[in-house]
Design a protein around this ligand. Structure first.
Ligand code: HAM
Length: 418
């Protein structure tokens, strides 16, 4: 016997059972809604070149400084497990010349991401995101459509959420604002945490993202970027908000929302639960990123939602994913019946009627107990006698009423009753 037992790595989960039902529900809704808004699926590798994320997410961010799973391959390549999806989609857009396709190109993705974070509730080292990216056209209509598509997903999941919105300006107005912010923060340097004193040197905007109580207090009085937007950025932001108003989408303006990644320009947003303010997702415009990664000038925007967070929010709000709609159980007794039951199961499957079974069990009692447990509405009982007569018993579980029908007609019969 092996003397060692293994445990899953810290911050990871085995996804199964009820949790998997939630997962599947969110995935199903996200895919369906994305398709309605004309997004196409993209799957990129789980690992990429380290430099791709350093350049896009930004050196001063927590993701790059503390959270990357980096490794060197036997061939000497420096790779990382992807901490987010946007950089990979942009890499793919450039590498595959997607600018030749009709613009904008709209992608959605679902999959695991990896960040070496301190695990706590709602924060994992392997987590899953559902994301949307729109590349190739600059228009406030696309920012609004992106936010609307995400809202539609939450609406379908029946989850009440709040969108926080801000604009980060662009390369014309942001440098000036950064200078003002730096000046203000330098004046209040003693009130900032150690990390922020470092961030202040590297990128003062990162200080606005700090969650420490002492820093939050200082930030309250800091200059706000919305007061320093250039004319074009101001107009763009107004247009996005007007479109959201038109769609009846409520949002809160948060003048200090900067996001934890450096690639954003103009409109940025985060999605929170109403009560606990749990961050479910976020995103924004990133007009400079394609060029920064070696592509041609390409406007873009996107957003991503953390699936584990959405599950937590659904559980808190007592929203349950529906169970798989199976209402029939097939029980068999004896060798010949078991063989025939195998064929019958296929007949039901081909008729698209899902059926529970426990073919590995022989005792009728244990099969009936199972039928009860899974909450089957009808149990079909096939014994030796029935097999010989080409018949089968239909038992209505609620009333215990039983009747015998022809084996050749049972699929039709059940179809009518469901
Ligand atoms: P992000 O804000 O870093 O953005 O992540 C998006 C969401 O992923 C978060 O709001 C959260 O729900 C979830 N998430 C992040 N880290 C963890 C974790 N350790 N455990 C559980 N959930 C987590 C991005 O990743 C951007 N790529 C979003 C984007 C797409 N921007 C433009 N396009």
């Amino acid at each position: 016997m092996a003397d060692q037992s293994f445990q899953k790595p810290t911050g990871t989960q085995d996804i199964h059972g009820r949790y998997q039902d939630y997962f599947w529900k969110i995935e199903k809704v996200s895919r369906a809604v994305s398709k309605q808004y004309n997004f196409e699926e993209i799957q990129t590798p789980l690992f990429e070149n380290e430099e791709l994320f350093i350049r896009s997410v930004g050196e001063a961010t927590d993701i790059i400084q503390k959270e990357m799973y980096s490794f060197e391959t036997k061939g000497g390549d420096k790779l990382v497990l992807r901490p987010e999806g946007t950089a990979s989609v942009v890499r793919s857009y450039i590498e595959n010349d997607f600018y030749k396709k009709p613009q904008p190109v709209k992608f959605y993705y679902i999959g695991p991401f990896f960040r070496y974070e301190r695990p706590q509730r709602g924060r994992y080292r392997q987590f899953h995101q559902f994301g949307l990216e729109i590349l190739g056209v600059k228009s406030a209509a696309l920012d609004a459509q992106l936010i609307q598509a995400l809202r539609s997903i939450f609406k379908e999941l029946k989850l009440e959420v709040i969108f926080s919105i801000n604009s980060l300006g662009d390369e014309n107005c942001r440098p000036e604002y950064k200078k003002k912010l730096k000046k203000f923060l330098n004046k209040n340097k003693e009130d900032l945490c150690e990390d922020c004193q470092r961030r202040l040197k590297e990128n003062p905007l990162r200080v606005l993202d700090c969650k420490e109580e002492e820093c939050r207090k200082t930030i309250e009085n800091a200059p706000q970027i919305v007061d320093h937007l250039c004319k074009a950025c101001n107009k763009d932001f107004k247009e996005v908000l007007e479109l959201l108003d038109e769609l009846g989408l409520s949002y809160e303006l948060d003048p200090f929302l900067v996001r934890g990644l450096d690639y954003y320009t103009n409109t940025v947003f985060e999605i929170f639960t109403e009560k606990e303010k749990l961050a479910l997702g976020g995103g924004g415009r990133y007009d400079g990123l394609v060029e920064m990664l070696g592509g041609r000038e390409t406007p873009a925007c996107g957003g991503a939602v953390g699936i584990e967070r959405v599950i937590e929010a659904m559980k808190k709000a007592k929203i349950k994913p529906e169970k798989e709609d199976k209402r029939v159980f097939l029980a068999q007794l004896g060798d010949s019946a078991k063989k025939r039951a195998f064929r019958l199961f296929e007949e039901f499957r081909e008729a698209e009627i899902p059926v529970y079974e426990t073919m590995g069990r022989d005792s009728l009692k244990s099969q009936m107990a199972r039928a009860d447990k899974v909450g089957a509405e009808f149990t079909l009982i096939l014994g030796r006698q029935e097999c010989i007569k080409n018949e089968i018993i239909i038992r209505e579980m609620k009333t215990g009423k039983q009747e015998t029908v022809s084996l050749d007609k049972v699929v039709e019969e059940i179809k009518e009753r469901l």
